[in-house]
Design a protein around this ligand. Structure first.
Ligand code: HEM
Length: 414
């Protein structure tokens, strides 16, 4: 279905409540995720300029600045909600930067989009209209200023192809990018942190080897699809899995179900497995002509968030009384909150942490000794000796640093 746009239209995509016979030409269907070719091809070509994968990859240092600034605002210890303090902030700031929302307008946009979330599953049309109005004003301000910049707003104000946007339509495209790029990535960051922290040994593994963050992101996308489904409307009669499909039938296409297909992922499909081969073969970003434009940047945001958090808070743990609580919306797997202890006292360590060395890899650099002299030493022959395999709680930080500084990855925590 995803690769057959001639039979299945994207009109009113994601609008689960709409009746069975939508008017495909409704103005709502001019936004990219709800449009069909040829309009879709034109608007996608237009937007792609700012979403080229290579361009988004060059954006990584900026994302890192955003993440580091947000993490620096966290207290050094104590209990915080990582969705409110971090998961909602990083994606929004990233989208604002890509589309070119001035810093001065970001707070009021954030306030409205927070209100939107608080009112789900039924946001008021007034609220949506208010957010759209902020975008209209931002577009008008840019036009009046005469300023040229390399961002989406500039493209909407000065289109150079056949497309022409009035302010309302342009605001609709910006709203679509905010909706498509913010909560989805909040969902990913929240789901990912939850899976890593639910099983502390997973978190410890990524702390010991931050290179695993990218694999963790893919496995999170597979296991907990931020957008569990998309919608299509049949424009021609056909058959799906032996079921007749009539024109105007609306079909829910479960990306989550595809990602849990045991014929593809085996018996462990429902498990979160940091070592899963080919985890990135999931369908969480869709497929075909509507494949997610923001996938590279969402991946960067999630990975960098984990890299910065594991470095800054290696002992991070879920608050013991935390119970996952999701927003009551079918369209998105979005945690309402994720309460953690940033730096729990050593006494709360609940399981033994073991330090191991791979003698075939160890080259006797000795950097680990300077980080954790109470745990390891180099003997007279330059061979690494582990003095304490069971790492006591107060030395987990030192052991983690020892693992991180080893240039040949010979040490690991288990
Ligand atoms: C984890 C985060 C994200 C997930 C899971 C996600 C998922 C998806 C999916 C499944 C689609 C295809 C929908 C369909 O076929 O009906 C899609 C489309 C889209 N996404 Fe994302 N997305 C994410 C982040 C982003 C970001 C960060 C942006 C931009 C800043 C973005 C922009 C878009 C756009 C513009 C489309 C429409 C593409 C088209 O219709 O041609 N997404 N996304």
């Amino acid at each position: 279905m995803l690769t057959d746009p001639e039979t299945f239209s994207n009109a009113f995509n994601f609008d689960l409540e709409r009746g069975p016979a939508p008017d495909l030409h409704d103005p709502m269907n001019t936004i990219i995720a709800r449009s069909d070719p040829p309009y879709h091809s034109a608007i996608r070509r237009f937007l792609r300029r700012w979403f080229e994968p290579a361009r988004l990859r060059r954006f990584e240092p900026h994302v890192r600045e955003i993440v580091e600034a947000v993490v620096a605002e966290l207290p050094t210890s104590g209990r915080v909600d990582l969705i409110g303090h971090l998961g909602r902030v990083i994606p929004a700031r990233t989208v604002y930067a890509i589309i070119g929302i001035p810093t001065s307008d970001r707070d009021r946009l954030q306030a409205s989009s927070d209100e939107l979330n608080a009112n789900l599953p039924a946001p008021s049309p007034d609220l949506i209209a208010r957010i759209r109005q902020v975008f209209v004003e931002v577009i008008q301000d840019r036009r009046a200023s005469g300023e040229r910049r390399d961002d989406v707003i500039d493209g909407l104000v000065h289109p150079d192809g056949d497309l022409v946007f009035d302010d309302e339509v342009a605001a609709g495209h910006l709203l679509q990018l905010l909706v498509a790029g913010a909560d989805t990535t909040t969902s990913l960051i929240g789901n990912l942190l939850l899976r890593l922290l639910q099983e502390p040994s997973r978190w410890d593994r990524v702390v010991a080897d931050p290179g695993r963050a990218a694999a963790a992101v893919e496995e999170s996308l597979r296991r907990d699809s931020p957008l569990p489904f998309t919608l299509r409307t049949a424009v021609a009669g056909t058959e799906l899995g032996g079921c007749p499909v009539e024109p105007k039938d609306r079909i829910v296409l479960s990306l989550q179900s595809a990602n849990w297909d045991e014929q593809v992922w085996g018996d462990s499909a429902l498990e979160f497995d940091l070592d899963r081969p080919r985890a990135a073969a999931h369908l969480s970003f869709g497929s075909g002509i509507h494949t997610c434009l923001g996938a590279p940047i969402a991946r960067i945001e999630a990975r960098v968030t984990i890299e910065v958090l594991t470095e800054r808070f290696p002992r991070l743990r879920l608050a013991p009384d935390h119970a996952p609580d999701y927003l009551p919306v079918a369209q998105m797997r979005l945690l309402r909150s994720l309460v953690v202890d940033l730096d729990p006292p050593a006494a709360t360590e609940s399981r033994p942490v073991l330090l191991e060395v791979d003698p075939d890899r160890c080259e006797g650099h000795g950097l680990c000794e300077s980080e954790a002299s109470e745990l390891v030493h180099l003997d007279d022959d330059g061979v690494l000796v582990i003095d304490r395999v069971d790492v006591p709680a107060h030395l987990v930080g030192a052991a983690t640093r020892a693992v991180q500084v080893c240039p040949v990855a010979a040490l690991r925590l288990r």
